[in-house]
Design a protein around this ligand. Structure first.
Ligand code: HPA
Length: 234
């Protein structure tokens, strides 16, 4: 047990999928894993461990935003020895070619700041995905006829942004989408020698104002879970 995760030693798999929403963690575990067992419910941040095609997998909610994800990712890696962490989540599309329901695979994650900022001081560290996971996720997309967008995303600290000019600069610099967690996940994985990736479904678009109807979210989310699992065990 750690401060925020109630799992016993050995109850967390080496491979962890991390949706922001704990109910999505429950849905993904119950839908895609065999013998899914609840291993964490501290603060309602549900985590399940089961198997997928014989491989042990944990699905653990991260909560929203980098400070929350940082707590879970730190404990998963440092205390439970997790080796592969894949964020599965939603993001806001930023480029015109990025459409609602599209999948973005985040090669890098730009930020204004992360919880790791204190370490780097004046350095602008470049949080990047694990190349092997990224390549495997692209292959998994292509195998199911999905053409993902692969490139940089923006991990913001705010959903309700009072600085739209920052989004404008991200759009201008080719950033595909905005979410709130990946940069810290990539930074922690780099620091502790783990592998990390973020596979994201576009749930809304900052340019057009469109949003994914709630009944469509499940199917798009399902593709993302399977892509993440196939990438983890490629
Ligand atoms: N902004 C930040 N995070 C998000 C968004 C957004 O528009 N959509 C989904 N996650």
């Amino acid at each position: 047990m750690t401060i925020h995760i109630g799992a016993k030693p050995g109850q967390i798999a080496d491979t962890v999928l991390m949706p922001g929403d704990p109910y999505r963690a429950r849905w993904a575990a119950q839908t895609f894993l065999d013998n899914a067992e609840l291993v964490n419910e501290v603060r309602g941040m549900l985590g399940y461990t089961g198997t997928w095609r014989g491989h042990r997998v944990t699905v653990q909610g991260s909560g929203m935003g980098m400070p929350s994800l940082s707590i879970y990712a730190n404990e998963l890696i440092r205390d439970y020895g997790a080796k592969t962490l894949i964020r599965i989540g939603s993001c806001g599309g930023m480029q015109p070619q990025v459409k609602i329901r599209d999948i973005i695979i985040a090669m890098t994650a730009s930020t204004l700041s992360t919880p790791s900022r204190g370490i780097f001081r004046e350095l602008n560290f470049a949080p990047a995905a694990d190349w092997g996971l990224l390549r495997a996720a692209v292959t998994a997309c292509e195998a199911r006829g999905i053409a993902p967008h692969v490139g940089g995303i923006y991990s913001s600290d705010v959903f309700y942004d009072e600085r739209p000019d920052l989004n404008d600069q991200m759009v201008r610099h080719g950033i595909l989408g905005v979410e709130m967690e990946a940069a810290e996940l990539y930074t922690l994985a780099a620091r502790h020698g783990a592998r990390a990736l973020a596979v994201l479904t576009v749930s809304d678009h900052l340019g057009t104002g469109e949003a994914l109807p709630s009944e469509d979210r499940e199917k798009s989310f399902g593709d993302m879970v399977e892509i993440a699992l196939e990438a983890a065990f490629a």
